[in-house]
Design a protein. Structure first.
Length: 185
């Protein structure tokens, strides 16, 4: 009788332990959010500055998101117009890439001087955050001149500073919308 009682007790505890480990494992996997980033719309529309702008933008995004363990960055090579966003396109890309959120960015260079190709190193980085259903959650922009009074430095550094500022502003707005103890999206 004691062997049966001991066997039943041990097997019950073992079964409860296995069940609780599975529950904990599934909960931690669900918390990783995938954020899909599109190529930024670059203004003015000049081909020579698009590739360096994309490189600087995604370098800043990956550096910023590396601090958040619960977010994973996904990148697409398509550019979506910032002012006229097609929500169906966002929904399709989120479904195909299994993303929880999508960000549509825009980088606007200031034109300074009389010449056609004279640019300042000042930029405005704007971002719109959408959920996987295509609903606009929040948007943000960061002006490197107004926020930092940044007069010197390269355009690449300005893009990185602007991108970090826009991401921080989006996260700040998200905390106001949905207060949470965890950082990130």
């Amino acid at each position: 009788m004691r062997k049966i009682l001991l066997f039943t007790t041990v097997s019950t505890l073992l079964l409860i332990g296995i069940t609780s480990v599975k529950a904990q494992k599934g909960a931690s996997e669900d918390k990783i959010k995938k954020v899909l980033y599109f190529n930024p719309e670059v203004e003015p529309d000049i081909e020579e500055i698009k590739e360096p702008t994309n490189h600087a933008f995604f370098s800043a995004v990956s550096d910023n998101l590396s601090g958040y363990k619960k977010n994973k960055m996904l990148r697409t090579e398509i550019q979506i117009p910032f002012d006229s966003v097609d929500t169906q396109t966002i929904v399709d890309y989120c479904i195909n890439n299994d993303a929880d959120f999508a960000i549509v960015p825009k980088v606007k260079y200031f034109k300074v001087g009389i010449g056609k190709y004279v640019f300042s190193n000042q930029v405005i980085v704007s971002m719109k955050l959408f959920d996987a259903s295509g609903n606009l959650i929040t948007e943000s922009d960061y002006d490197t001149y107004r926020k930092n009074m940044r007069l010197l430095g390269s355009a690449e550094n300005s893009i990185k500073i602007g991108t970090n500022g826009a991401i921080k502003a989006i996260l700040k707005k998200l905390r106001k919308i949905k207060p949470s103890s965890e950082a990130g999206f």
